[in-house]
Write a protein that binds this ligand. Structure first.
Ligand code: BT5
Length: 266
């Protein structure tokens, strides 16, 4: 149960920097993103990781809550000081989603996919969510905190979410969390390196192949309007480009809207 605290993931690391910074591993934290952001402001190094068994104030996007009970999942944040202009930083959400997807596929053999912008899904239900936050340290350097919540054991989410959420244990005998963490961190570093070098094109092909949004018919549900169309691409800023019924390509920003498949959540 406490393989995170015994840091079983560290000997498995194959990364250059990610996971090798000023790591913070605790039993209970409010939110790994909040704690790591504070460490980042005070100069923690690129690649620092924050993990805990249990979050008392786990956060989703737009002030939503993230259920993170003790020992049930991987509640993890990574501090990155990426070598890229700030306007490209939102692409790191895709790096993280791609990294989780690849790690889970490799270790569990499950057909998980990426739902734009920030979910990893399995059988139409959410297995993992990504929360990206940006900030500036005391020297004015930009940093990114990329938080992932991955449901491993039953009980990771409350029963009222059971039609939309899933945990690995429901479909397989999950590997040790340490193995998943090490695999995720390696994949994250690889994807980040590609995006630093080439921007979105560096991961676009891999992302498209594992996306359940791109190439699909979607409903875009905003506060003001809703429309259906085919999700064709994501652009360099992370927006989703959807071709509507009139043939017009519309730019959809994460945060403004909810994007669903025609059959429901995915
Ligand atoms: C997300 O937000 O999906 C981002 C979740 C990021 C969580 C990680 S855990 C480590 C790090 N530290 C933090 O404090 N956060 C990050 P969003 O797309 O807004 O989805 C939130 C919605 O997902 C909630 O409103 C619920 O409906 C649902 N939800 C909550 N807990 C869940 C869980 N464990 N599994 C699946 N769905 C959940």
């Amino acid at each position: 149960m406490h393989d995170l605290l015994s840091a079983a993931w560290q000997p498995l690391l194959t990364t250059r920097a990610v996971g090798r910074g000023d790591n913070c591993v605790e039993h209970t934290l409010t939110s790994t993103n909040t704690v790591l952001k504070e460490l980042a402001r005070n100069g923690a190094r690129h690649g620092s990781v924050c993990l805990c068994e249990c979050q008392t104030g786990g956060r989703g996007r737009l002030g939503r809550a993230w259920s993170s009970p003790e020992g049930r999942g991987i509640w993890c944040s990574v501090l990155l000081r990426p070598e890229m202009p700030a306007e490209r930083a939102p692409l790191i959400t895709f790096c993280a989603a791609l990294a989780v997807t690849r790690a889970v596929r490799r270790l569990c053999g499950l057909e998980v996919r990426i739902k734009w912008p920030n979910d990893v899904v399995l059988d139409g239900r959410k297995l993992c969510g990504v929360l990206l936050e940006m900030g500036f340290d005391v020297h004015g350097g930009m940093f990114v905190i990329v938080g992932t919540g991955l449901n491993v054991r039953r009980g990771a989410y409350p029963p009222e979410l059971s039609d939309r959420a899933i945990a690995l244990e429901e479909v397989c005998a999950p590997p040790e969390r340490g193995e998943l963490i090490a695999a995720y961190l390696s994949e994250l570093e690889l994807a980040l390196t590609e995006v630093e070098k080439s921007g979105l094109p560096g991961i676009a092909e891999a992302y498209r192949e594992l996306s359940c949004t791109l190439g699909s018919e979607v409903q875009v549900i905003g506060t003001e309007e809703r429309f259906t169309g085919v999700a064709e691409e994501i652009d360099q800023s992370g927006a989703l480009l959807v071709r509507d019924a009139d043939g017009e390509l519309r730019r959809v920003l994460a945060g403004d809207v909810s994007v669903r498949g025609m059959m429901g959540y995915v």
